[in-house]
Design a binder for this molecule. Structure first.
Ligand code: TRP
Length: 487
């Protein structure tokens, strides 16, 4: 399979589509690569912890609705724009805008994506480094027989040491950048082809463990029984933001992957497969973690450390736990690896073209920049953990809290997932739904009239309207306007 996929170099500077630019060999390879991008820390680390923070079922339901009504149609739109443009996101957007007589400032969309990918990778790498740091601990049997409190203190001592976090962060970025520097080739595809299914099998093994905790139903009901009194406007915004995050949407990553997709493969089928697999992994992770949380009287809203405080408990008490635990964290690192590559790929293709530099130079330079940026997140958990910001708008309807005691990590996460990705997604939907010539979109999507109609409605009305409402509501804009107008 290795030779079948583009090295993700960009030989098509001439602007001629498919003829010169290398491509994925089949839809399957594309689906694997896109799934590798989508399935990552977002599913296994982030989904459970934000579900816990926002109270469970209602959050999950809104998240699932967002995947179906916003995520899938926008994913189709993003892949479509990528395939039509066949360039880095900035050039693609400029080129498409020119093609249909719109302003070149659509290139800004690509720009925002390049920056968002950068910022996300800076903290993503630090979280991946927690997972890496757990590998030797697991292998050494550190967690065998430990109780919740002892597991907790292993986690706290890890994150309170900036030196070791920096060491692992450096290693993870080095791994990411060395793949990126060579172009996303064979090694990575093999990783996705074999390791992702293995990760899946391991999750199924863990589900059996969760069933044996005696709290499986309590976990399921926490996840699937919505209690709408628990959801806040911020929870709704986060559910939507997470739908973008988990599917890798809104910043050009999938657009770049789409730019290597052969002309006649079905975008709709590919998008649906990716979204289904991604959602399945997230739900499995939730079904594993919450029973363990309840069985050990832990706090579902424990925050970013949640999986690092719960899963080792399970591994520490199950047969062959040392083996399964080590394997699990190794696979989690691989899942994070395949995702992080797609986070930086837009920046790489863009800087190669703009500065006329080699792929290797682009990778080294961006690696160094991301490394420095990552220090903010590293210090958020130790030296600078007290350094927080809060922001709120008070109206006569009460106080609208936007950020509360946010560390640099919280701020970066909020800015990217809850603001930049939905905004990018909104622009993609507007471009694909309203501005792009219908002839082109019909031609690219190549689905029957009925499904084209459904897609159009979702991408023209449902997705943009939902993004705008959720967005303005959470920003306190709605409350602010109402208070000015006195209604
Ligand atoms: N989707 C990945 C995850 O769930 C993270 C990711 C990779 C991402 N590429 C992205 C998020 C692009 C937003 C945009 O872990």
């Amino acid at each position: 399979m290795s030779d079948s996929v583009s090295s993700l170099n960009d030989p098509s500077a001439s602007g001629k589509p498919s003829a010169t630019r290398e491509q994925w060999s089949s839809r399957l390879v594309f689906v694997l690569a896109a799934t590798g991008s989508a399935v990552g820390l977002g599913n296994i680390w982030k989904f459970p912890y934000i579900t816990g923070e926002f109270g469970g079922g209602a959050f999950v339901l809104i998240y699932l609705m967002c995947i179906a009504s916003i995520g899938i149609p926008i994913m189709m739109a993003e892949i479509m724009l990528g395939r039509r443009g066949r360039h880095d996101p900035v050039t693609t957007m400029k080129k498409l805008a020119k093609e249909s007589g719109h302003s070149r400032s659509w290139g800004l969309l690509g720009w925002m994506g390049v920056i968002a990918g950068f910022l996300i990778l800076s903290y993503y790498s630090v979280i991946a480094s927690w997972a890496m740091a757990y590998v030797p601990r697991m292998a050494a049997g550190t967690f065998s027989g430990l109780d919740a409190q002892a597991v907790n203190s292993v986690f706290s001592s890890l994150v309170s040491s900036p030196e070791s976090l920096i060491a692992w962060h450096t290693l993870f970025l080095f791994m990411t950048m060395s793949v990126v520097a060579r172009g996303v080739r064979s090694g990575l595809e093999k990783a996705v082809t074999y390791l992702m299914p293995l990760l899946f099998v391991l999750l199924v093994v863990l589900i059996f463990y969760a069933m044996g905790t005696g709290h499986f139903w309590q976990g399921l009901s926490y996840l699937f029984n919505p209690d709408f009194s628990k959801i806040s406007t911020e929870g709704i915004l986060s559910a939507m933001g997470h739908a973008f995050f988990t599917l890798s949407l809104g910043m050009g990553a999938i657009m770049v992957y789409g730019s290597y997709l052969p002309d006649h493969t079905s975008i709709a089928k590919a998008s649906i497969s990716v979204a289904l697999m991604d959602t399945l992994v997230a739900l499995l992770a939730g079904m594993i973690i919450f029973p363990i949380v309840f069985a050990n009287s832990l706090e579902p809203g424990a925050g970013p450390g949640l999986i690092f405080k719960t899963l080792p408990l399970a591994f520490g008490h199950m047969n062959y736990g040392t083996f399964f635990g080590t394997l699990f964290f190794v696979l989690l690192v691989f899942a994070a690896w395949t995702s992080s590559i797609s986070l930086i790929e837009p920046a790489i293709t863009w800087s190669m073209k703009t500065f006329q530099i080699s792929r290797i130079r682009a990778a080294v330079t961006s690696g160094i920049l991301v490394w420095f940026m990552g220090l903010f997140t590293v210090f958020s958990f130790n030296l600078a953990s007290e350094f927080t910001i809060s922001s709120a708008i008070s109206t006569k309807y009460g106080e609208f809290v936007i950020l509360k005691d946010a560390t640099a990590f919280d701020f970066l996460d909020y800015l990217t997932s809850n603001i930049m990705l939905p905004l990018g997604g909104l622009m993609i939907a507007i471009y694909a739904g309203w501005l792009m010539n219908k002839m082109y979109s019909r031609d690219e999507l190549n689905i029957n009239r009925f499904w084209y109609f459904i897609w159009s409605v979702l991408v023209r009305y449902v997705a943009p309207v939902m993004v705008i409402i959720v967005f303005f509501n959470a920003m306190g804009v709605v409350a602010f306007v109402r208070s000015i107008m006195g209604v």
